[in-house]
Design a protein around this ligand. Sequence first.
Ligand SMILES: [Cu+2]
Length: 285
Amino acid sequence: MGKYGWSLPVAASSYAGKIDFGIWLIHAAMLGIFVLWGTFFVYLLVKFRARPGHNAVREDHDDTPARISVPDSISKFPFAQMLYKNKGELKSLIPDMVIMTFEVALIVFYAIPVWSSIKASVPEVKDPIRVEIVSEQFGWNIHYAGPDGKLGPRKMELTHFSNPIGLDVAHADSADDVVMGNEMRLPVDRTVVIDLLSKDVIHSFFIPEFRLKQDAVPGLNIPMWVTPTKTGKFEITCAQLCGFAHSLMRGDVHVQTQEEFDAWYKSRLATIPASAQPTNPAEEF
Ligand SMILES: [Cu+2]
């Protein structure tokens, strides 16, 4: 199983730890509940096992009259009456109530704040890397804004196998733009702000080590962000079955030091004006 064994993949982004803590917490709670219920069931099986001299007695709750008299002041309220009448049965709901309260608290006080901090807004950072990812059947086109921070405009009519995102290379903002196919490079500890798009069907951009997964939906420009915290090579994959060659949507993200990233970017810029040329031959078909 290599890198993706029984446990979670290595955590390589600033928010991966928060996601992992939630996953561990819910699993620990489920394990605790499993042990408690399992023990209780075994206890019941032993205590109430069939044996001579012990007969089962049927108790029909629907016909059982209320054993506790309801005080006059409360009897006016039908709900209170019901509570009194079913006092014995309600007690058995206590464990369920405790677990439900825990789960609701987990959602309200942990899951929603963490999720909204990751998904609802892009953090204000001074000098983010700006990238646009245009997904298609079957590949990721990664469009870097370059040092000017401005993404060159795209025009549908310019779209071609040699220019898969239709980048308008004549525009000034495109001068320092680089487009890569299925290969992404990022400097470590620097936030990348991404616009995720799709040219055709729904794809899902997924980097397990970053705990980053986002559907790409045709017609929508979906913002996402990540701050890689570990250098290394990690896998990009499409987490949405998107067609017959879905498996071709596998790429790599190389997280490098700022110097390595700058050197790589410079080498890519040297290939301009062919900047809209994808580097991956998979684009050819
Ligand atoms: Cu896909």
